[in-house]
Design a protein around this ligand. Structure first.
Ligand SMILES: Cc1ncc(COP(=O)(O)O)c(C=O)c1O
Length: 359
């Protein structure tokens, strides 16, 4: 991806790097943070100047709007270390587009593209030693914005703080790239039409925690969300979009406002079509999948997301019926997608789509 010109963001470097004491051999997901962070504040109707400083706790009034009404938005993206030592950030423009679409829905002022892009590039460059050298690991990047008015009346905030933090991560699921187990939870829904399902905002995730906890207690990895109206169309999983290969076709839920428009989902659809595999974005009911499982045409099920890339699904439970797929490995389409996308991340395959920004 070509980068736009912007003046360099001022940097205050850390004098106490935590890099040397960080154990890169035991990386989980989301519990380690790189040395620096970016902040930019919104006051008096405009965004101020961004700056980068050492990663540290932030001060906030206990009356800050974000703490009470959740007016905030976040993104999840990744940077990778290539074999030639160069660093790439994946699909900046697509994450930026989703970030601002989420902001619009929560009445938060949009972030200028130049700051988002330049902030990511400078921050990743500064903390490049934090990017793991292993192909299965990456630097996870978390841009986010929070409402910072000191006011506990329900109102659109007048003040905001935009941050970018990052940290090295390993596998998202305990299963690694082995098949995960899903269950529907027909008593709970994640999103409704006209609501906020398409936005990457804290409330969506907070509301998913109890059903996910229950699913885990029953031995499943995640909940497979069904649509709120009919409770039968498959939507997505906690942090992944869902795909099914039925009779040689790739099926996935449409972007009708209730699912997150996944960046990896977009890669899967583009690649699938380029490979000549029919891709159908349409409502897929759980009954259709059970039927396909019974008649032997359900070939694969997998999720897509920045955190897990492609994650095969080995089992889906729904109201006493269990769909079982290959329990031991990824199906051929999931494997091809996983290999292609991770090879593009790591510069082992040509980036024909201009998905990578080299730092
Ligand atoms: C609810 C939900 N669906 C799908 C995804 C996958 O989106 P992406 O591929 O952009 O990471 C995510 C992760 O961000 C998610 O949180």
């Amino acid at each position: 991806m070509e980068t736009t010109e912007m003046t360099r963001i001022p940097v205050q470097k850390t004098t106490a790097s935590r890099l040397a004491e960080t154990d890169f051999s035991d990386l989980r997901f989301g519990d380690k943070f790189a040395d620096h962070m970016l902040e930019m504040r919104y006051t008096d109707g405009q965004w101020g100047e961004p700056s980068i400083r050492p990663y540290a706790p932030i001060q906030m009034t206990p009356a800050a709007s974000i703490l009470h009404y959740g007016q905030g938005v976040f993104e999840g993206m990744k940077a990778f270390r290539r074999e030639d030592g160069r660093i790439t950030i994946f699909r900046i423009d697509k994450h930026f587009e989703r970030f601002n679409n989420s902001c619009k829905r929560l009445n938060i002022p949009e972030i200028p593209f130049e700051v988002f892009e330049q902030g990511l590039i400078q921050l990743v460059d500064l903390d490049r030693e934090w990017i793991p050298k292993n192909k299965f690991k990456a630097l996870y990047i978390r841009p986010f914005v929070i409402a910072s008015d000191e006011y506990i009346g329900l109102n659109t905030s007048q003040n905001y703080r935009f941050f970018i933090i990052s940290g090295p991560v390993g596998n998202y699921y305990r299963e690694g790239i082995n098949p995960i187990k899903l269950t529907t939870m027909p008593d709970y829904v994640r999103a409704v039409e006209g609501g906020v399902g398409f936005a990457k905002i804290p409330g969506n995730y907070a509301a998913s925690l109890l059903p996910t906890h229950k699913a885990k207690e029953m031995g499943y990895t995640q909940v497979l969300w069904l649509d709120a109206k009919h409770r039968k169309y498959v939507e997505e999983v906690g942090s992944m979009n869902m795909f099914f290969v039925v009779d040689g076709k790739i099926l996935t839920a449409p972007l009708s406002g209730t699912i997150l428009p996944g960046v990896t989902r977009d890669c899967v659809i583009q690649l699938g079509k380029e490979w000549g595999i029919p891709v159908e974005e349409r409502p897929v009911s759980i009954d259709e999948l059970i039927e396909a499982n019974k008649n032997g045409t359900l070939e694969e099920a997998f999720g897509s997301g920045t955190a897990a890339v492609i994650s095969p699904v080995g089992l889906i439970h729904h109201k006493g019926y269990t769909i079982t797929l290959d329990q031991d490995k990824m199906g051929p389409i999931a494997q091809r997608l996983y290999d292609t996308i991770t090879s593009i991340h790591h510069g082992l395959e040509k980036d024909n789509h201009d998905w990578c920004t080299i730092v």
